[in-house]
Design a protein around this ligand. Structure first.
Ligand code: SF4
Ligand code: SF4
Length: 352
């Protein structure tokens, strides 16, 4: 199936048809911030924001999720709050790509021994049945750096349908069989024209050329391993206040804690987001903390994304969405951290 055109006057019909089969999430405003929220109509969608304050990971991996409840009768997994499968409208390429990364962890994590893959049923139930409508970025932000890691403003990775906002219409291109099957069932589309396709190509090349040149990242993992014990981490982390805003807003950070809430013979086991930037994250029962220093925690976050994850899964755990750059209250810019690492030499002199 080729690209199709949806005139914007028909968009509300499209949302109605989508909502008949799916619970639809899209960018919306919550208390002055933007995040992905369940929507029922076009009016609830924020079309202006390019990168939402919070990433869409919470749709599939909620910040707080009851795994099961227990009482004297036994253990029960709570009924799903969302009855229908999930569709997401307006997901940028950096975010749809992040879901593929999270799916490596929650969908088929490599365990020891390596042939036993762990699968998280809570993630899989939501993610495997989902339908992702991506959204091309026609005007990338100054904080976007998806092009450092193989992404791009018109990337299609992780999407079922790729969507380009072409002014008076949305141009939609199926990426997966699931996306193609859904579009085929709808009647509100027209075939795209050669002019539509030329418009989409021009928007893509303009967006790509508007981005700053990427930093060379080929040897990043090796450089990080090499500099593990160096004093550069104290310099890099000096202003970090360990607030965790970078990890909570990041679409790929996925550390969590398991907490029990109960009274008498009843209770719940809950999974909640956690952050490697918090001092208590690695605190042991003895009182010993292997990452007691801020420099050790910042190093851990950077090493995980650009050294450990690539060693295990073959790609960086960062999509260059720029949220951590925007969210950090002390302007600790991850791009500057990586540039410092790239420029550092073992004599302790930064030459970049
Ligand atoms: S580390 Fe920063 S730029 Fe990379 S995916 Fe996370 S929030 Fe986005
Ligand atoms: S957002 Fe900034 S200050 Fe807060 S933990 Fe992350 S790097 Fe540190």
């Amino acid at each position: 199936m080729n690209m199709v055109r949806l005139d914007k006057q028909k968009f509300s019909n499209f949302i109605l048809e989508l909502s008949a089969e799916y619970t639809v999430f899209a960018p919306g405003k919550v208390g002055g911030k933007t995040e992905f929220v369940p929507i029922r109509s076009e009016d609830e969608i924020d079309f202006k924001t390019l990168v939402t304050d919070m990433s869409p990971k919470g749709i599939f991996f909620p910040s707080s999720e009851v795994l099961y409840e227990y009482d004297k009768q036994g253990i029960r997994v709570p009924e799903k709050e969302i009855g229908k499968p999930i569709a997401v409208w307006g997901m940028r390429g950096c975010d749809s790509r992040s879901l593929l990364m999270l799916n490596k962890v929650f969908g088929s994590a490599i365990q020891m021994p390596e042939d036993e893959k762990f699968q998280d049923p809570y993630w899989k139930e939501k993610y495997d049945s989902s339908l992702i409508f991506g959204s091309a970025c026609n005007t990338p932000l100054s904080t976007c750096f998806c092009n450092w890691f193989g992404g791009g403003p018109h990337s299609r990775e992780g999407m079922d349908v790729f969507v380009v906002d072409a002014g008076d219409s949305f141009l939609m291109e199926p990426v997966t069989g699931k996306g193609s099957n859904f579009l085929r069932e709808l009647t509100c589309f027209a075939d795209s024209t050669e002019k539509d396709e030329a418009v989409a190509k021009k928007l893509a090349s303009d967006a790509e050329s508007s981005m700053a040149a990427p930093m060379e990242v080929t040897d990043l993992g090796e450089r990080l391993n090499d500099l593990f014990e160096e004093a550069v981490w104290e310099e890099i982390s000096a202003k970090c206040i360990n607030c965790g805003a970078c990890t909570f807003s990041c679409p790929t950070c996925h550390c969590y804690d398991i907490q029990d809430e109960g009274k008498g013979s009843r209770g719940k086991r809950i999974r909640v987001w956690d952050s490697c930037m918090f001092p208590i994250f690695t605190m042991e029962a003895s009182g010993h903390n292997p990452r007691a220093l801020s420099s050790q925690r910042v190093r851990q976050r950077v090493m995980h994304k650009y050294s450990y994850f690539p060693e295990k899964y073959g790609e960086f755990l960062c999509t260059g969405c720029g949220r951590c750059v925007t969210a950090c209250p002390v302007n600790l810019d991850i791009r500057e951290v990586l540039k410092t690492i790239n420029a550092y030499n073992k004599q302790g002199i930064t030459n970049g």
